[in-house]
Design a protein around this ligand. Structure first.
Ligand code: SF4
Length: 420
């Protein structure tokens, strides 16, 4: 979501991005508030640019994103060299805001209103020929999970009209995109004027020039049999699903207000795997929320053992201001939570590698995205299952094409492959 917003920031200013910050006229730090660590990082990132502002007083420095939304005024007070803060929903107004700052003698602007009218107005910047891109289909969230700050900083759910989704997709395809990832906080709850997420997949399947469709993030409770059928039947939909479970314990899920049980989650996975046997699965897990006991944690370990996700994004719970989690009596002690997190991550590393090793010497369709950043003789691509493959023995003409690639070597997070 933030990557997408950064590209919208570039487009809203018709900006020409530079690599070296000292060459910039405007520096905007786009921020994430999902965990405490991320929001500290955001503030220290802005601090780094103070020296540049001293050298060049005309330089405009702004902060965008969820930290800006959350602490707006406070940031302007605390950071004297920060010219403006702007919330995620206000990106379409960024251009006017920057002009105002340039023209007025009193810099310092705060724009953290939650406009619902223009929220999708600016499309993202897309480098010509880039093989993949993002399209936002939803902003905000109505779910209100007890640990989560998203509804506070991004507001309640707004679903983007179908026509706009198709138009933005067309724009990106015409600029060279072959694979688009449709994004929303609970993307599979998208609905608009009678159309549902499963219908949307049917419309996207019909887009000429689009070869692959991904979407994230899905909410477990919103997986329906129609959605599973649509994923199965629409051949452009990638065989990959990110489905955050957060905990393997019903007791903790209840406190998190996730609105599903572990049994519901397991059942959804069985249905998905029955329909789409080559589906790759990833999830998110939070460790140490509330009074998570050893037994609760063991249930989470059992879940990852049974499901064998390809990837898990796991974090130690971090209290976020204004969420129900902040008001809870206590959460798991830091050291215990860290210990559990390491145990989970260590087992998951083994599972990821075990899953990947089973794919060696098999052939997969890989969309070649770019040259490899690490090795000039290799190219980078991904399978439909979102597995990263570094490919040997192909050339630049392959970028943007889907090739049959045999995986020759497997690692925990990637493969080495060559044409089949
Ligand atoms: S569904 Fe996701 S974005 Fe929405 S409140 Fe829950 S964790 Fe946050």
């Amino acid at each position: 979501m933030n990557e997408y917003d950064s590209d919208r920031i570039i487009n809203s200013l018709s900006a020409n991005p530079v690599k070296d910050p000292s060459d910039a006229d405007i520096i905007i730090v786009n921020t994430c508030a999902i965990r405490e660590k991320a929001d500290h990082k955001a503030v220290s990132a802005v601090g780094k640019y103070k020296k540049l502002k001293i050298k060049n007083p005309d330089l405009i420095i702004g902060m965008a994103g969820c930290v800006a939304q959350l602490y707006g005024k406070k940031l302007i007070k605390q950071i004297p060299h920060l010219d403006f803060v702007i919330g995620p929903r206000e990106i379409p107004k960024l251009r006017d805001l920057v002009f105002d700052i340039k023209e007025s003698s009193s810099h310092r602007k705060i724009n953290t209103s939650m406009d619902v009218e223009e929220v999708f107005k600016v499309s993202p910047y897309h480098k010509s020929g880039k093989v993949n891109g993002f399209v936002s289909i939803q902003q905000g969230c109505n779910k209100k999970c007890a640990y989560c700050i998203v509804p506070t900083v991004r507001g309640s759910e707004i679903n983007r009209p179908l026509k706009e989704i198709l138009e933005e997709s067309r724009l990106l395809i015409d600029q060279g995109a072959k694979e688009l990832t449709y994004i929303g906080q609970t993307v599979n709850s998208w609905k608009y004027e009678g159309e549902r997420f499963y219908n949307l997949l049917d419309y996207l399947q019909e887009l000429d020039g689009l070869e692959r469709i991904r979407f994230t993030t899905s909410f477990p409770r919103d997986i329906t049999s129609k959605m599973v059928d649509s994923m199965k039947n629409n051949t452009k939909v990638c065989r990959q699903l990110h489905l955050p479970v957060q905990s393997g314990s019903n007791r903790i899920l209840k406190q998190m207000k996730r609105a599903y049980s572990v049994e519901w989650y397991r059942d959804s996975i069985s249905k998905l795997r029955d329909a789409i046997p080559d589906l790759s699965l990833s999830t998110d897990i939070i460790i140490g929320f509330s009074d998570e006991s050893t037994k609760d944690f063991e249930e989470t370990m059992q879940l990852i053992e049974d499901i064998k996700f390809d990837t898990i994004y796991s974090f130690k719970y971090s209290i976020r201001p204004g969420t129900p989690g902040e008001l809870m009596d206590s959460h798991v002690n830091e050291d215990v939570a860290l210990d559990r997190l390491h145990k989970l991550q260590s087992r998951q590393r083994e599972i990821s590698l075990e899953n990947n090793l089973k794919q060696v010497n098999k052939s997969y369709k890989v969309l070649v995205e770019s040259e490899s950043k690490n090795n000039p003789n290799e190219f980078f691509g991904r399978t439909s299952q979102n597995k990263a493959v570094y490919i040997k023995n192909i050339n630049k003409e392959s970028i943007g094409k889907i090739l049959d690639i045999t995986k020759k070597e497997a690692f925990q997070n990637s493969f080495i492959g060559e044409p089949t």
